[in-house]
Ligand binder design. Structure first.
Ligand code: CLF
Ligand code: SF4
Length: 491
């Protein structure tokens, strides 16, 4: 399980060009038509990522994952982790309200797969380590594969116990594995890991980090050799491994990692982690973005991670776990694939239209105009559309647009402005803080009062593109902005 989050509410601020490392459907749609675009991908890879919400940015607009918290035991200690801490309102890795047996996990998965049409992936991400707590992980994955055969299986691990289970992962048709790798220099590892438990004994200090490093590299190589798609998660810890992540990226790229996800450290003192208690700071949004920009290259850089709970359910950023607690489930679960199949057909049709429109929008912007970057915040419920009311939004997706194109650069969490039908002024103030550096806000609807206050805070908000595709709307806004037409909005 990987963990680490910040109390920083803003996760990105700096502008970037079109997210070169991230995958959009436009990218792989064109590659399937034989394009020579740099992002062109083999059809087999496209097939693996096109409905995995973490391995494809575009897929996360449509598809959901669920985590089954069956693996509470862990074989290492990270200084950013305290598994005793739990809060139903916390959204971060390692947090889980229920620890499930494999039988309970199967019931929950069948209920969610029958009710959540977007569900495409079942993952085991702790709340300890999936490969160390192997019996429960394996029993759960086998049961899911038997009862819900059309679902993708995904595992997240610290890597220490990974090598001995790689062949079983292959046998169970687990297609995606994430390894949390925070260092490739064991000296740096001593500042992150006080101990590990391996081969029946405990190791401390440099020995612990040396063994962990060797096992992580071996596991990654074995997965690559066997054709399992891998993602590496790294927790960015300022002053400890921030610059070192460049080196980590080289090592994992050389060993075939498909994607690298650098996540900000979360170090709340109230979580009781060593870092939290010692005052270790979390990275500033600009620092995080700068590292991600420097990693862009052969390995894709993930920018849409939401640092999910170990029992998360639903689209990234829209957790539905509380709808599927064990006490709400039927004693006898059955799986009905109808909703998921109907949704998939809908998405296929939608994607065909969206891909060409997004591609046209990006081409139009790239062919444009002044060398200036705009930062645009968008409220969305999914489907790549501007379809969320400003007052209901819990997060903002942040895009940059310049003559280089359009790209997602991250998201910022906010509290919903409308509570019980009324706008909360103190929440609006915090939203204005979260919008620091943003030029425009595009949403489905917004009232006059918050729109005027946002304008005084320097953010021009509009509902003029409500229900439009995001990239089309950004293209239209960019064109309008630089042709200096008046910027009107009906609210
Ligand atoms: Fe879960 Fe992780 Fe599989 Fe995704 S999450 S096990 S790869 S299905 Fe995704 Fe959540 Fe980020 Fe993880 S957004 S924390 S990267
Ligand atoms: Fe916590 Fe273990 Fe995951 Fe580290 S690997 S974050 S100690 S559960």
């Amino acid at each position: 399980m990987s963990r680490g989050m910040s109390k920083c509410r803003i996760t990105n601020t700096a502008p970037a060009a079109r997210e070169p490392g991230a995958t959009t459907f436009g990218d792989y749609a064109s590659s399937s038509r034989g394009s020579s675009e740099p992002n062109a991908m083999a059809p087999a890879i496209i097939e693996k990522i096109k409905d995995h919400p973490c391995f494809s940015r575009e897929a996360h607009l449509y598809f959901a994952r669920m985590h089954l918290a069956v693996a509470p035991a862990c074989n290492i200690q990270c200084n950013y982790c305290n598994r005793k801490f739990d809060c139903a309102n916390e959204s971060r890795p390692g947090v889980a309200s229920d620890r499930l047996t494999p039988d309970q996990a199967l019931r929950r998965a069948m209920a969610v797969a029958s009710e959540v049409p977007q569900l495409s992936v079942v993952g085991i991400a702790g709340p300890g380590d999936a490969c160390y707590d192997w019996k429960k992980t394996k029993a759960t994955l086998m049961a899911i594969a038997r009862e819900i055969p059309d679902i993708k299986l995904c595992v997240s691990t610290n890597g220490l116990a990974l090598p001995e289970h790689v062949d079983e992962l292959v046998d169970m048709n687990v297609g995606h594995v994430t390894i949390t790798i925070n260092m490739v220099d064991p000296k740096i590892g001593t500042e992150i890991y006080p101990w590990i438990f391996h081969d029946g004994r405990r190791y401390n200090g440099i020995d612990a980090s040396m063994i962990l490093h060797e096992r992580q590299m071996l596991g990654l190589e074995m997965l690559t050799e066997r054709g399992i798609l891998t993602k590496v998660n790294s927790v960015m810890i300022p002053g400890v491994n921030d610059e070192h992540l460049i080196e980590v990226n080289k090592w994992v790229k050389d060993r075939g990692a498909f994607m690298h996800n650098v996540m900000p450290l979360i170090s709340e003192p109230s979580n009781g982690t060593l870092y939290g208690l010692n005052g270790q700071r979390c990275p500033a949004p600009l620092e995080l973005n700068a590292i991600r920009d420097r990693l862009e290259g052969a390995t894709k850089v993930m920018r849409h991670c939401r640092q999910c709970r170990a029992d998360a359910v639903g689209l990234l950023g829209d957790d539905r776990a509380r709808e599927f607690t064990m006490d709400q489930l039927q004693a006898e679960a059955t799986y009905d694939s109808g909703k998921r199949h109907a949704f998939r057909q809908l998405v296929e049709r939608e994607r065909l239209g969206q891909a060409s429109e997004a591609s046209d929008a990006t081409t139009a912007v790239a062919a444009a105009r002044p060398n200036e970057t705009l930062l645009i915040a968008v409220t969305t419920k999914g489907g790549d559309k501007i379809n969320e009311h400003f007052g209901h939004a819990k997060e903002l997706q942040i895009f940059s647009v310049s003559h280089k194109g359009i790209g997602l650069i991250g998201h910022r969490k906010i509290d919903p402005y409308c509570l019980g039908g009324w706008g909360e002024e103190n929440i609006l103030d915090s939203i204005i803080d979260a919008l620091a550096g943003i030029d425009f806000l595009l949403c489905f609807q917004i009232g006059n009062s918050p729109r005027n206050k946002l304008a005084r805070g320097g953010v021009r908000a509009t509902a003029a593109y409500g229900d439009a595709y995001i990239e089309q709307a950004i293209d239209a806004l960019y064109t309008e902005h630089f042709s200096r037409r008046s910027f009107g909005d009906a609210g």
